[in-house]
Design a protein. Structure first.
Length: 168
């Protein structure tokens, strides 16, 4: 199945982490990747690395703020996508592509590269989780499950900065 957690609300990565833990708890092989987050940036990475070891990858270099580092961001996104393909071809039960929709929206990954990943996962019988904002129609059509996380209220709108342990 193709599972998508999208929307403008907080909790997409948290939902993907929960999905991964559920599958792992049943003894299934799980791989978890993050496209934009650099290693040691977010709290969930500590737990995922302990749990999944080499089957966890934070493949990004951090926030994409402008095009000055576009080539490096694109290179890291392609390396992360290649890592995902390796896990899919190794018959993992569940592979998470956290923030892949952001990478697509920023043109760090191309539509064709994502389509090929979806088709590969389906051909190999691997469950693939995608997260991020900006769900394109082609993924919506291929997805088996889509959950939209909607922001109703967020402290950022009051000028409150991100809190360690809550937002990252």
């Amino acid at each position: 199945m193709i599972l998508v957690y999208t929307g403008n609300g907080k909790g997409k990565t948290s939902a993907a982490v929960g999905q991964a833990i559920r599958a792992y708890g049943h003894g299934y092989k799980v791989a978890f990747s993050q496209f934009l987050k650099r290693d040691a940036q977010a709290g969930e990475q500590v737990v995922l690395r302990k749990l999944l070891d080499k089957n966890f990858l934070a493949g990004g270099i951090g926030f994409f703020r402008n095009n000055s580092n576009f080539d490096l961001h694109r290179k890291k996104a392609l390396l992360t996508l290649d890592w995902i393909w390796t896990k899919i071809k190794s018959n993992f039960f569940l592979v998470v592509a956290d923030e892949i929709l952001y990478a697509l929206g920023l043109k760090l990954l191309l539509e064709e590269e994502i389509k090929n990943t979806l088709f590969l996962a389906k051909d190999c019988g691997v469950h693939l989780v995608l997260t991020g904002r900006g769900l394109p129609k082609f993924i919506e059509q291929e997805a088996d499950l889509i959950s939209e996380i909607k922001e109703i209220k967020h402290p950022y709108s009051k000028g409150i900065t991100a809190n360690k342990g809550i937002e990252f």
